[in-house]
Design a protein around this ligand. Structure first.
Ligand SMILES: N[C@@H](CCC(=O)N[C@@H](CS)C(=O)NCC(=O)O)C(=O)O
Length: 206
């Protein structure tokens, strides 16, 4: 069985758990907190020299890190990844968008308002910058989702899983989702897709 190392409070770690749940793929969850130094131990750095979760360990011990790389690996041959070249290109486009234009604002703002140890970094300037960047990203999603039911087109893909993880908690991070009706309707569409689980979900012990 595969193992996912990650923190139950992290949207990046939620992504592969959510996809595994929707695929009905059994896995073992190992809690590694990104907040207590567990990602910086020698043992963890030997598995991911970048010191971040999520981390996937295959049955034969091979390792894979970066949440969206893990999603693409897990989605191979499933309904979450188109088989045609252009369709995959569009999915990759939105995965890169998530990492460069969405996560650095929406996820970072969530962390700034959520974690006491980040309070010193939550300056008015940083909060304003992440609010503006996050609203830019949500605006791009709104334009796309007014035209298509899912972010890469007609069907759910790993790009929806990647963008869902932090968008579903965007209100908590200080974003007004009332201004984004197409995004709000899309969140409900992703939730309605079979096998959906919440952020804190872990699989039953096998
Ligand atoms: N681009 C990475 C980001 C991963 C990331 O930032 N993980 C955070 C938790 S959300 C983490 O492990 N932080 C611990 C640290 O930096 O020490 C991904 O998508 O997997």
């Amino acid at each position: 069985m595969i193992t996912l190392y990650g923190s139950l409070d992290s949207g990046n770690c939620y992504k592969p758990r959510l996809l595994a749940a929707k695929l009905g793929l059994p896995f073992r969850h190992v809690e590694i907190s990104s907040r207590d130094g567990s990602t910086r131990t020698d043992a963890f750095l030997a598995r991911n020299p970048n010191g971040k979760v999520p981390l996937l360990e295959l049955e034969d011990g091979r390792l894979l890190w970066e949440s969206n790389a893990i999603l693409l690996y897990m989605a191979e041959g499933t309904r979450f990844l188109p088989s045609d070249r252009y369709g995959r290109g569009v999915v990759h486009q939105w995965l890169f968008f998530e990492q460069y234009s969405h996560e650095p604002y929406v996820a970072v703002r969530r962390a700034l308002v959520r974690y006491p140890e980040r309070a010193a970094m939550a300056t008015p300037e940083r909060l304003a910058e992440t609010l503006a960047g996050g609203n830019r990203a949500l605006g791009v999603m709104e334009t796309q989702l007014a035209k298509a039911p899912f972010i890469a087109g007609r069907s759910i893909t790993v790009a929806d899983i990647a963008l869902f993880a932090y968008t579903q908690d965007a209100e908590y991070a200080g974003f007004d989702l009332g201004s984004y009706p197409a995004v709000t309707a899309w969140l409900d569409r992703v939730r309605a897709d079979p096998g959906h689980v919440q952020l804190e979900w872990t699989p039953p012990e096998l």
